[in-house]
Design a protein around this ligand. Structure first.
Ligand SMILES: [Zn+2]
Ligand SMILES: [Zn+2]
Length: 540
């Protein structure tokens, strides 16, 4: 039976997340497990945490279809460290090859390396409305969940080797086993080769020279990745799993694990959702090179819904480049529009876009059914905060109002009318913009209003005359629209034979002490009127 509070009907456009949920709902299973997993090889960033965001969104869409769902996230914390992650010192290279779970916390603040890099993600899961059951690969091995699967994999090692060999150019050694013990001598897991077994005992040799015996029930080793992945599907009855496109390549992990899952463990591989990597300012994200952007950092510059919007607005295999710098303002313009169209606060450019915007926001929204958030335009706030000289919410509200930057639900409101919730959203937005200004804004968007003294910058005679006439104009009129002031300013500058650029430079020089600034008319209207008039007359 379909849930009635879900608006899905045949003619409504479906988002790709909803289409996947729709496909899954047709499977004959009692309960869905959507699995996600992340290697704990350093900071968990927006590129490799896509898994968890997509899995969570599919889980939510499935619940709307009245399906029983559990979304899980597995920390791949028993995998070996392959590269020292930024910003850890080179001395950490002594841990290369060791499972993350056995490496100490770099700052001494957590139980170990794993907890240190998981914490920032765990801290923001609630903000993003992510509801997942957290699992640990290390714990799974230690508690014996994998024991029967390891036994089966050892028993069927010949079949597994043959499956692997179908996808390899160089066949595996005859005595190859799909299990890697942790060397009891050097602690590494990617330097050992298992060559024989007897019951639960696996014989291995290590590149360090050590030869040893490992008991598979002790958790001191792990299955070869593709076998482990297949075992995990059966263990959790996984029905769907998103993963990075590297696993999705033809003959890659997914293809091989799919065969192993079916032939060795008798389980059908889950519905795959491969996704493309996200680049950062055109560069591949890299934990070892310090090129990454994390979900907790995102919350400092934008609302949680905007990251969902960014991840879900295009299909998962579409390339995405993220920039927290100037391009971020375009993203926030788009997000603001989409949010306002969703709430019918603003009109979409076309019917088609209205459908598209609403469908994306429906999937990106965190608190279903919540009222329109109060988020004044991000780009405008970049200037308004600088004009206000800080985060004075009431002062900034006045600037927004004078510049007609409040949308229809707010245009008649005063600052005092904002609800507690709206005030919190407004404050968050102002703090986001301030953080962006302090950390990511390019120099040319930054300015300081020179309230204390008149900047000592030379002006041409025509520029001086222009400023005097502009002062008179502003004194004689109460402009409420920046377009009106803009038109009148053009009449004056033309009368003085000035090019617009020269005229505006005069304004910026007198008020900001530099040659550029935000759009002149709106900028002037955002400032205190008496201050502007005096300054244009060079009186104070
Ligand atoms: Zn720590
Ligand atoms: Zn060793």
């Amino acid at each position: 039976m379909k849930n009635t509070n879900y608006n899905y009907n045949g003619d409504e456009m479906e988002h790709w997340i909803e289409r996947i949920a729709d496909d899954l709902s047709k499977m004959d299973v009692e309960k869905h497990t959507i699995a996600s997993g992340t290697s704990i090889s350093g900071t968990i960033h927006i590129g490799n945490s896509c898994d968890i965001f997509i899995a969570n969104a599919v889980g939510k869409a499935l619940r709307k279809l009245d399906q029983d769902v559990e979304v899980i996230w597995i920390a791949d914390d028993h995998d070996p460290l392959r590269k020292v992650p930024y910003p850890l010192p080179e001395s950490y290279s002594k841990y290369l090859g060791m499972p993350y779970s056995t490496i100490p916390c770099p700052d001494g603040c957590c139980k170990n390396f794993v907890e240190h890099f998981e914490k920032p993600l765990f801290n923001v899961l609630d903000d993003y409305g992510i509801d997942v059951t957290i699992k640990s690969g290390y714990e799974m091995y230690k508690s014996g969940v994998y024991n029967d699967y390891i036994r089966k994999a050892l028993e069927k090692h010949n079949e597994i080797r043959e499956i692997f060999d179908q996808y390899r150019r160089v066949p595996l050694a005859e005595d190859w086993l799909p299990y890697n013990p942790i060397c009891e001598e050097c602690g590494r897991v990617n330097t050992t080769t298992a060559y024989g077994y007897d019951g639960d005992k696996v014989y291995y040799r290590c590149e360090c020279g050590h030869e040893g015996v490992s008991d598979i029930t002790k958790g001191d080793g792990k299955l070869t990745w593709r076998v482990e992945w297949a075992a995990r599907w059966k263990i959790f009855n996984t029905t769907c799993e998103p993963f990075g496109k590297d696993h999705a390549a033809s003959g890659g992990s997914y293809d091989v694990s799919k065969v192993i899952s079916k032939e060795i463990f008798g389980y059908d591989a889950p519905y795959p959702i491969p996704y493309e990597w996200i680049t950062l300012d055109g560069e591949a994200m890299s934990k070892s090179h310090g090129v990454f952007f994390a979900p907790d950092e995102w919350l400092k510059i934008g609302p949680a819904e905007s990251l969902n919007y960014y991840l879900f607005r295009s299909k998962p295999m579409k390339p995405k480049d993220f920039s927290p710098k100037m391009k971020f303002l375009d993203l926030m313009d788009q997000f603001d529009t989409v949010e306002k169209v969703f709430y019918d606060e603003e009109e979409a450019p076309s019917n088609k876009e209205e459908h598209k915007f609403k469908e994306i926001y429906r999937v990106a929204q965190i608190h279903e059914g919540s009222p329109l958030p109060f988020r004044p335009p991000y780009r405008f706030l970049v200037n308004a905060i600088q004009i206000a000289g800080g985060c004075d919410l009431e002062k900034i509200f006045g600037i927004l109002k004078r510049n007609s930057q409040l949308t229809k639900s707010f245009e008649d409101k005063e600052f005092e009318d904002l609800t507690e919730r709206e005030l919190a959203q407004y404050e968050e937005r102002v703090n986001n913009v301030k953080y962006w200004l302090d950390n990511y804004a390019p120099g040319f968007v930054k300015f300081n209003v020179q309230y204390k003294s008149i900047p000592n910058l030379p002006l041409q005679e025509e520029q001086d005359a222009f400023l005097r006439d502009l002062a008179d104009l502003m004194e004689a009129n109460d402009f409420t629209k920046s377009e009106d002031l803009h038109d009148e300013m053009y009449k004056i500058l033309e009368a003085h034979g000035l090019k617009p650029q020269k005229a505006f430079q005069a304004i910026y020089k007198m008020i900001l002490g530099k040659k550029q600034g935000p759009r002149a008319a709106s900028f002037l209207l955002s400032l205190d009127k008496d201050f502007v008039i005096k300054r244009l007359r060079k009186e104070a």
